[in-house]
Ligand binder design. Structure first.
Ligand code: CU
Length: 152
């Protein structure tokens, strides 16, 4: 009886191992979230060629990205100096984000999708705002002043 259960256990273990290996090799590309500047392909390719993305991507305007030639070229994101291009759905999501945003240049995003090399099959794009550093200190100052008034 003990021998039999050991045999069954070994069999289950083998099957589980085989299943795990199978799912590993047939798995879809890894999903990842990339953080960086959203730039159209026309301008993005230009920055890659001139090797000046770190300097130019933050300066790239929303207006430029939405101009006819730029918008038609598709979109991508700069992860540092590496340019990762979006699929069709990503291009559509990027365009509607740019149409809604109030950011005039250097739109920064978190893009999630399945990455294959320098291509991303996008599932979601969110703009990342960096307002915290501008607004929080002035608010803190205001409360500090009120506290001081109480003390007098
Ligand atoms: Cu552009």
């Amino acid at each position: 009886m003990k021998f039999l259960s050991t045999l069954i256990f070994a069999g289950v273990l083998l099957a589980a191992t085989a299943y795990a290996q199978d799912t590993l090799t047939t798995a879809a590309p890894k999903t990842e979230t990339i953080h960086g500047y959203l730039v159209d392909v026309m301008c993005g390719d230009g920055m890659v060629k001139k090797n000046n993305a770190l300097e130019k991507a933050p300066q790239h305007t929303t207006e430029c990205a939405l101009s006819d030639n730029c918008a038609a070229s598709g979109f991508g994101v700069f992860s540092g100096a590496t340019y990762i291009k979006f699929d069709k759905q990503g291009n559509a999501l990027a365009k509607s984000l740019l149409e809604k945003t109030k950011t005039e240049k250097g739109v920064m995003v978190n893009v999630t999708g399945a990455r294959t090399g320098d291509m991303l099959a996008v599932s979601s794009i969110k703009e990342v705002h960096m307002k915290a550093m501008e607004k929080t200190p002035s608010k803190e100052k205001a409360t500090d002043m009120k506290d001081m008034d109480h003390m007098h």
